[in-house]
Design a binder for this molecule. Sequence first.
Ligand code: 5GP
Ligand code: ZN
Length: 113
Amino acid sequence: MTADCIFCKIAAGEVGADVLFEDDDILAFRDVRPVAPTHVLVIPRKHITSLAQADPEDQALLGKLLLGVRRVADELGLVEAGYRTIINTGRGAGQTVFHLHVHVMSGRAWTWP
Ligand code: 5GP
Ligand code: ZN
């Protein structure tokens, strides 16, 4: 837990969120400012500032994070329509909350890149 981190506070239950599921390692909750009809964030409970700070010891946790994305997609029925998964790393890439999170977004058209 990092004292001034909003996602640590959500993970600790100190700040409310629309939580879809949680376990000992990860949780999934709806983004407060969705940019798609479905917009969910999957985070580790452990405070990792961004992917740039993930360590080899986080290998299993990072796997759980991606399986958490899969669970979101399965439980919300996103697989057929497809979904976009984004990890912004660093301010230059648009990261605004410095606790690792995976965006899971679906229900609209996307452009690439
Ligand atoms: P980033 O820009 O860091 O990749 O994404 C951060 C995301 O967190 C944004 O989409 C933003 O809307 C979301 N967010 C920021 N603060 C909160 C909050 O307090 N609750 C929830 N549910 N989402 C938040
Ligand atoms: Zn945190």
